[in-house]
Structures are given as structure tokens and as C-alpha cells.
Design a protein around this ligand. Structure first.
Ligand SMILES: [Zn+2]
Length: 358
């Protein structure tokens, strides 16, 4: 090892190699690594980590570079060695543990510019109004999901065009489009952002009365039963009207195959979702459901080679949400909030690109 060049290793790939599960939450900058026995939690930029709820301090925190999380070999590896009773050595050829120069300052770790790589200027926006034609989507007392999302999509298209964006719609009238076809179209158009518009729904009179709010979803292995259920409902069209090959849920193998794609667009999808949240919070008349962001296996997002988000505007099964979503004023406001988020996201990407040129 050269002088003043410390050893850092890609901790996620190392953990996977050692049969740990890993999960990185880019909002909280929190990396969780666990198996049946041990759970580690690291927070990027912080000089401590926890192992089975016990805190340990470190001098050099973990940091992100080129979408990978690096940890200092000398401080972290001994803990893993103790855990597995193995001795790890640094194998630069296999890149199992990589040499990396430390970041210039440990206090300024992981600013925005280090979190995203290879983002293009945002020009083409693909809007995907869910459902259509023979597939009505979820049903409210007075309306159908397919009609609400089409109206909002058309308004959104108008607003974005005015701002100079190239805007494409996967459908601009009441027609049926297969789920897989929607991502294909987005790829053909070489989109920079894919926004799929939907209305949420729940069963049961009691739950319908209390469940309301907007929620945004990225393609990610689901963490909760609720998120799984929403994905199943949105995917149902594939099994109902598909060609027979489609399913409502992704298998573990399919998740693994998707991983590279997920990694590539994960950070920019979250970056956009962050703008959606900012734009919706405190605006419009629909509340935020929970944390506002979730992940699950939405088939419509699978295959889109660009940052992609599924927007659940509100609950069509909730009287107040539905009443808002079916009025022209409500639809206009919803389109306005989404348009704002796209404009802010474009600025964010532009700023990021500028910092890269320096
Ligand atoms: Zn839907």
C-alpha cells in the first residue's frame, strides 16, 4: 500500500459475498447489513455504527463514490473478521476489497454530487396514465381511476410543454395499453423520466373511511405487506388482460436479475421522488400517507431504462380524496404540483452536472 493512501473497500458487495443481506436507504443515508445473528447499521458520514444495537465509533465514516459505499478496511474489517472467524485479505485483482483514496474531508461526505452518476440533462418526460380501455383501474363511488389519471396526465403534458419539455404520453385517450408496452414506449422515446399516474384503493368500508393520502413508489424489493398489496393491485391488469405470461409478483430470481438496473436508476429515482414530496407537502387538499415513499415490484416500472416513479395521487375509495381528484380544480392542482417537481428535478440534475464539470 502506498503512503497516505488508505485502504477502503466496497462494503455492500463484500457483505453480499459473505452472505449478509444489505439495504441502503438513500434518504437516511443508512446502510443495514444483517444475517440471522447480527445486524449492523452504518450511516454515511457519521463516525459511528451499531452492531446489534451497540454503538461503536470509527474515525473515518463510510462514504459514497460512483454509487458504491466504501468503508475503511482497517476500522471495519476486524469487526467482520471477529464475526466470521475468517481472516480477510485485500485482493485488488478481484476487486473484492478495493483500494480507494479517502475523500478530501470526512465532514463533507456524500454531498449530492457524489450520490448520482451519469445523469443526463432532463429533456424528455414520459407520462404514463395508468389503466385505460377495458381496464378501468380502481373504482370510486363516482369515478374510475383510468379517467382521473388521464385528465391529470393531459393537464400535466400541457404544463410541461409550456416549460419547454419534450412530453410523451403512453396513452392520450381511453385505450388499453399492456403494462410491458408502457416501459417499451418510454425507452423508444429515450425518456429521461418516467412518471406513472395512479389512484390508490383499499377494500372494506371501515378501511375506506380512514385510508387517504398520496404516496409515491419506486421499484424496489417490497418491505411491507401494504406495499406488496398495492403492487399486486396495480399489477393485476397483467394477469387479467395480459398474454398469459405476465404475473402479479416478481420472483426472487427476477429481483436479482433486476438488480443492476435498479442500482443504476435508484438514486435518480429517489432524487425525483424527493422533489415530488417537496412539491406535494403542504399543497393541494390530499394528505400524505405515511412517509410518502415506498417501494414494491410494480410491473409498469420494470424495464424502464430511466428514473421511474409511480405516483398514487390519492385514494379513490376515500370520499374526500375522490371528491378532490374528480374536480377540474383538483386535477389542475395535482398536475401543477407534479409539473413543479419535474422542473425542480431538472434544475437539480443541471446543478449536479455543473459540479461534475469542475
Ligand atoms: Zn392504478
Amino acid at each position: 500500500m502506498q503512503k497516505n493512501q488508505r485502504c477502503f473497500f466496497n462494503i455492500e458487495s463484500f457483505a453480499k459475498q459473505e452472505n449478509y443481506k444489505t439495504d441502503y436507504n438513500p434518504f437516511e443515508k443508512k446502510l443495514t447489513i444483517n444475517n440471522d445473528k447480527t445486524k449492523w447499521i452504518f450511516v454515511l458520514g457519521f463516525q459511528f455504527f451499531s452492531k446489534n444495537k451497540q454503538n461503536h465509533s470509527i474515525k473515518t465514516p463510510l462514504f459514497l463514490e460512483n454509487d458504491k459505499i466504501f468503508a475503511p478496511c482497517d476500522e471495519i474489517l476486524p469487526y467482520f473478521e471477529k464475526e466470521s472467524s475468517k481472516k480477510y485479505f485485500i485482493d485488488t485483482l478481484n476487486q473484492q476489497i478495493t483500494f480507494k483514496k479517502p475523500p478530501p474531508s470526512t465532514t463533507k461526505i456524500a454531498p449530492l454530487k457524489q450520490e448520482r452518476a451519469g445523469t443526463r440533462e432532463v429533456k424528455t418526460i414520459v407520462i404514463d396514465p395508468g389503466h385505460g380501455g377495458k381496464d378501468p383501474g380502481a373504482l370510486g363511488k363516482k369515478s374510475k381511476e383510468k379517467d382521473i389519471v388521464l385528465k391529470v396526465a393531459l393537464l400535466l403534458q400541457k404544463k410541461l410543454k409550456k416549460e419547454g419539455f419534450n412530453v410523451k404520453l403512453t396513452r392520450d385517450k381511453d385505450v388499453f395499453v399492456q403494462l410491458g408496452e408502457r416501459a417499451n414506449l418510454a425507452n423508444q422515446w429515450d425518456g429521461d423520466l418516467f412518471i406513472s399516474l395512479h389512484c390508490n384503493a383499499v377494500d372494506g368500508v371501515q378501511r375506506q373511511r380512514i385510508t387517504e393520502g398520496y404516496h409515491f413508489y419506486v421499484l424496489r424489493a417490497p418491505e411491507s405487506e401494504e406495499d406488496k398489496a398495492i403492487a399486486r393491485r396495480e399489477n393485476k391488469v397483467a394477469t387479467l388482460y395480459g398474454d398469459g405470461s405476465a404475473k402479479a409478483e416478481l420472483s426472487p430470481i427476477e429481483w436479482i436479475k433486476l438488480e443492476a438496473q435498479l442500482e443504476k436508476y435508484k438514486q435518480s429515482s429517489y432524487d425525483y421522488t424527493e422533489e415530488l414530496l417537496k412539491s406535494f407537502q403542504g399543497n393541494g387538499k390530499i394528505k400524505q400517507l405515511g412517509g410518502g415513499v415506498g417501494g414494491a415490484g410494480f410491473m409498469v416500472l420494470v424495464g424502464a431504462l430511466m428514473p421511474a416513479v409511480l405516483v398514487e395521487l390519492g385514494f379513490i375509495t376515500h370520499p374526500k380524496d375522490e371528491a378532490y381528484m374528480i374536480t377540474a380544480a383538483g386535477q389542475n392542482k395535482l398536475a401543477e404540483m407534479i409539473a413543479k417537481s419535474v422542473i425542480e428535478y431538472k434544475k437539480k440534475v443541471h446543478r449536479y452536472r455543473k459540479t461534475l464539470q469542475h
